[in-house]
Design a protein around this ligand. Sequence first.
Ligand SMILES: Cc1cc2nc3c(=O)[nH]c(=O)nc-3n(C[C@H](O)[C@H](O)[C@H](O)COP(=O)(O)OP(=O)(O)OC[C@H]3O[C@@H](n4cnc5c(N)ncnc54)[C@H](O)[C@@H]3O)c2cc1C
Ligand code: SF4
Length: 514
Amino acid sequence: MACSTLRMVLGDQCSRALSALEDLDPAADVVLMAEVQDECTYVKHHKKKIVLVLSAMRHFARALRARGVTVDYVELDDPVNTGSLRGEMLRAVARHRPKRVVATECGEWRLEQDMRGWHEAADIEVEIRDDTRFLCRKQEFRAWAGARKGLRMEFFYRDMRRQHGLLMEGESPAGGRWNFDPENRKPLPKSIQPPPVPAFPPDAITEAVMALVAERFADHFGEVDGFALPVTAQQAATALADFVAHRLPAFGDWQDTMKTGESAMFHALISTSMNCGLLDPMAACRAAEAAWTAGLAPLNAVEGFVRQILGWREYVRGIYWLKVPEYRALNALGAERRLPWFYWSGETRMNCMHQVITDTRTHAYAHHIQRLMITGNFAMLAGLHPDDVDEWYLVVYADAYEWVEMPNVRGMALHGDGGIMGSKPYAASGAYINRMSDYCGSCRYDVKQAVGDRACPFNALYWDFIARHHDRFAGNNRMAMPVRTMERMAPDKLAALRQQAARFLSAMEAGEGV
Ligand SMILES: Cc1cc2nc3c(=O)[nH]c(=O)nc-3n(C[C@H](O)[C@H](O)[C@H](O)COP(=O)(O)OP(=O)(O)OC[C@H]3O[C@@H](n4cnc5c(N)ncnc54)[C@H](O)[C@@H]3O)c2cc1C
Ligand code: SF4
């Protein structure tokens, strides 16, 4: 029998509040969910990321069915599965003969291009709706960006606070300030141990997906073993509640710190859930705000957390859709070096890189500062090509989708967008890493040395980076200090640093152990 509307739910759209499901009529409509090879392999995603998405999809389909919705679910190993979303949409249209297809816009430009051609391919009306799970629509961001010269996150964030009435006291920000960042950069005292994070052991559905992924994507990065991410909305809510109760109060103070074997620190671990639809971003913000109102968490922590979601998360999405496809090719610093193998293996003498890559391989997770100031900082200082670096980040993290990965990597970490995202590059030498982590204590390199066999590579690379891009940064007020320090350096000292950097980079390119 022909159905009325075929409603598509993509892998990162496991939300009951999805716009494509808004006017769902369980008696007349069919929901199509398809696991497809193309989406699992357009880059070789971390195995845990594929497990997460497929398991979340299967759980979501089960929850819809329990509410009486007809779900046509195509599994990955179904012999007639065409392997693409377009192919599965076409097959489902032939099966169900709907009057129309309804979908919610997707999160990646490459798929958006494909979806635009669906109505012609299927010869049917295809309605693609806004993704209302985000707090700022694409067109709202475009209007905000309008004729502005600079697109600084800070101003966007303030407008979002006002618009959504979050942490506001009338027209003013709670506590009289918009930003508590200066309070949020403390190093971690040795005596502080981050609390354990909740784990969600696999049920039978997840175990079946793990077996499928282990067999079918054996050559992908990482392992399925130890998978413990939330795969249902209920689990995601539990993860959020645990964060609010146990880690949020200290989130602000130590959000930039890193400790060996502690990838989570005081972070929320909710990006995987928000990005595939299991957790509503506004619910996360309101939960944090409620903790502050109840006196359970300080304002610097709560504001810092809300800023990440209402500010950064919405802002990077806005930038992505404002600037693609051109953004995908930006390489403002002319970085051309290929990604060294140790990004995949973790085999490097640089303990900070080794620790972060190992955490990443094990958990498909690293927290923001690990991503920005260790692997990202190294990539920028070493002049690694943004295409390689983008692909690495898209592969290795369970929360990675291009809309959020690319502005963070190409823009924030690599400064490859020439300053659209940030007014200055996030460049740092070993001293920063030593201040914010315990990594240097067990490193084969000496963080206090800049030249010589045991010198920390980040030191020479940092000054080489400043020297390489001197002309670009000389006119940037926010880079005035390092530029002036470099200019005042004795010429032979700078030459020695640059030779040290060149020796390190050629050893790295030759595949020698560095
Ligand atoms: C180089 C680089 C690559 C990144 N790639 C991704 C990615 O692929 N996917 C992704 O979701 N985040 C990415 N981020 C942002 C951030 O690192 C992660 O969102 C965060 O580490 C997720 O862990 P959490 O849930 O514990 O976050 P918390 O630190 O507890 O923050 C809470 C939430 O705020 C949001 N958030 C915080 N910072 C950002 C940001 N810069 N951009 C967008 N959202 C933010 C996330 O949704 C996060 O869950 C990247 C950052 C950098 C520097
Ligand atoms: S000494 Fe340098 S390379 Fe080693 S952990 Fe510290 S910053 Fe990293």
